[in-house]
Design a protein around this ligand. Sequence first.
Ligand code: FEO
Length: 216
Amino acid sequence: MALPSWTSNRSLAGCASGNVTDFHRLPGWEIGIVGENAARDEKEEISLLGTAVESAMNEQIRNELFSAYQYLSMAAYCESENLPGFAQWMRAQSREETEHAMKFYDFILERNGRVVLQEIDGPVVEFGSPLEVFEQALEHERKVTAMIHDLYGLAVSENDYASQTFLQWFVSEQVEEEKNAGDVVETLKMVGDKSEALFLLDRELGQRRVEAQGSG
Ligand code: FEO
């Protein structure tokens, strides 16, 4: 049987399994479906992310969005303690985390991968003091650093050079993230229970704005 020039072996295989045996009798709409299937198969075929890296990056989208949720919860606590500057700092951090999640989201798409969003756990909502808030923030960032390093290690073991380059931005970013939270922890320890110093620190932290993130 002579085949139209636009057909491929792949699309013919799809027709055989879909009970279409005579290509010349296909109505136009069925040909359209065959074409769509072929296009979808082609897209799957050229995915440039390995399954393990794609899965781990989808997991990291969830981790970054959880971070955003956690920082927003910390912002709410700070608001309840009449510390609007602390709350502003946490809001800015929350927005940054959403940007981090979107970097992974967009990178997966650029590599013709599939973004699959996952369930996000609830955040911690009660804290004993501003110092405890920032201590937990620092602890959280250390965990995220470990996640990024694991992800980088996976990209290395998979010989995925593009993902390694992408992840290098996050490796550097985590150094800054830990430093930012750590600096506030140290300052709060010096402030102790001095309310005037806490007031001044609140004003200083309130200056923070969301910075433009690198290209990643
Ligand atoms: Fe996106 Fe704070 O790590």
